[in-house]
Design a protein. Sequence first.
Lengths: 250, 385
Amino acid sequence: MKVLVPVKRVVDANVKVRVKPDKTGVDLNNVKMAVNPFCEIAIEEAVRLKESGVATEVVAVSVGATNCQEQLRTCLALGADRAILVQVDDAVQPLGVAKLLKAIFDKEQPGLVLFGKQSIDGDNSQTGQMFAALAGLPQGTFASKLTVADGKASVVREVDGGLQTVELKLPAVITTDLRLNEPRYASLPNIMKAKKKPLDTVSPADLGVELKTTVETVSVEPPPERKAGIKVESVEQLVDKLRNEAKVIS
Amino acid sequence: MALDATTLTQLLDTVRRFVRTELVPLESQVAREDRIPERIVAQMRELGLFGLTVPESYGGLGLGTEEECRVVMELGWTSPAFRSVIGTNNGIGSQGLVMDGTEAQKRRYLPGLASGELIGSFALTEPDAGSDAGSLTTAARPHNGGFLINGTKRFITNAPQANLFTVFARTDPNTTGAAGVSAFLIDADTKGIVLGKPNRKMGQQGAHVCDVVFDDCWVREDALLGGRELLNKGFATAMKTLDRGRLHISALAVGCAERLISDSLSYAMERKQFGQPIAEFQLIQAMLADSRTEAYAAQCMVLDAARRRDGGERVTTWAACCKLFASEMVGRVADRAVQIFGGAGYMEEYGIERFYRDVRLFRIYEGTSQIQQTLIARNMIRDHA
Ligand SMILES: Cc1cc2nc3c(=O)[nH]c(=O)nc-3n(C[C@H](O)[C@H](O)[C@H](O)COP(=O)(O)OP(=O)(O)OC[C@H]3O[C@@H](n4cnc5c(N)ncnc54)[C@H](O)[C@@H]3O)c2cc1C
């Protein structure tokens, strides 16, 4: 079974981002970039499926500019067998990405598509679901446990009330939650060997997909600055403030 | 092998992430227990950290000097005791073999050193031969087709864990200087080797040194590093090993300085006195600026000397300049860090006093600052023809 893992290049989680003065977005100049942490979990899960003999090939795919090759190389170092870059120089919205991935899916015919549940930049949590709809595949989102056997995937999902288990017929779409696994460090020898693994580049035109912008960003604002706290004199005062000012207890 | 930019960046990013996520949180525990958890050593093996400088054909990464130095700068961000685990295998414990070993010797030991399955140690110093290492008296006498080794080696890093010693011993009894010394590759479990108790030391808890005593220790003739051709020429091997080792230590000093500067800056911007962050006071700023400048200078020196070495230049003088400047620099940076932290700098829980003690070693081993000065000046005079 082949596993397809879409991965996104995002700002490194440790970077404190700044909003651009014109409020059109976040300043990405000279900012350290990384594989979206949820996508890294997806890669890890795919590699584990391969190591346990369930999967035979892991293919990482990214949509974006040429510099996304860096993140694809990371995936190759982590254990993906090959990588595909769908080269698009302008920003692509979730629906566009889903359409491009649908075209890749049709070409590659994987048994499983493992997405991160969301990317830490846009936090949309849409691409996996849109892709599943376009491809007409069953989806198990926010997976915290995944078992694949006998043409089926059993997915434990983290939902508000607790854990829900769903069973999907393959091919299927899974999106990974934080607790699915703890990604490994790529070993230094594997980082060096990753260079020799295949990394193909295709364009939307090659895939017969036309990209349209359907969402317009009106403004990006930094979160409001936190005001300084106060010291309360007594427990009574604390309870009073929690009840009447913060209104968090009744 | 020269790495492309993306690969090198990934390598450095991975080491940085490992250091900051896995090692930094353990610093005070390691100092307290004087022990690095086996789990961490296993992770270092999996990452491939033991084989940075072992050639690829023997299972290592075969990093060039500049690449090695950049990795070591990342490792310097945490307690140098962690670096010490992989230090000897990448430096003095393997490089003699890499540079001068016979093919059979390389095949026998390098793959194990690269994977971390074997720990290599470098045994040059003796109770009466420190800075004047050439005067060593450990003797290797021909015996039964091999050599019989007798003598004591002192302050040997990683000796308690070592599987392989590179031992320097006098093979020509008619000499008293560097000329009659040879290098031997000796398995640690060879009969006649006795280890002393680990020394209690000023800093770098978790890294261990002890005496290694050779008492009628018989080794086969093929233990002679480089074979018969290098008989009585072992001191040159030691010196070449130290050229690279000194750049490694200099890079480590730069890494530690970066950490100390970062901690000092964060503290100075948080800590308020007289109604403002102490970073606003010009006297504090002067310390920060001096530390920044000196660390930058050392970093430039190390990378320049490393590039020269990669280019084939003999870098003995430059490596000594780097070791002298970088080790003294990090001493000053650590001292200023204690000052910027004030009373907190003196307290164990902030970790600054620990770094202060840890980095003190860099001015002493692999040649004291005075020995670097002597060497630099001697080479200057020699080259002034
Ligand atoms: C933690 C630790 C780990 C070590 N690990 C190893 C190891 O793995 N392998 C190994 O072989 N050795 C190791 N050493 C030994 C180390 O290299 C020596 O301690 C060092 O070279 C200094 O030698 P010494 O201690 O005998 O000091 P000495 O040589 O006695 O020096 C004492 C003082 O005299 C000064 N001095 C000496 N000669 C001169 C001179 N000509 N001109 C001016 N000043 C001079 C020195 O600079 C120093 O200040 C280690 C030491 C330590 C502390």
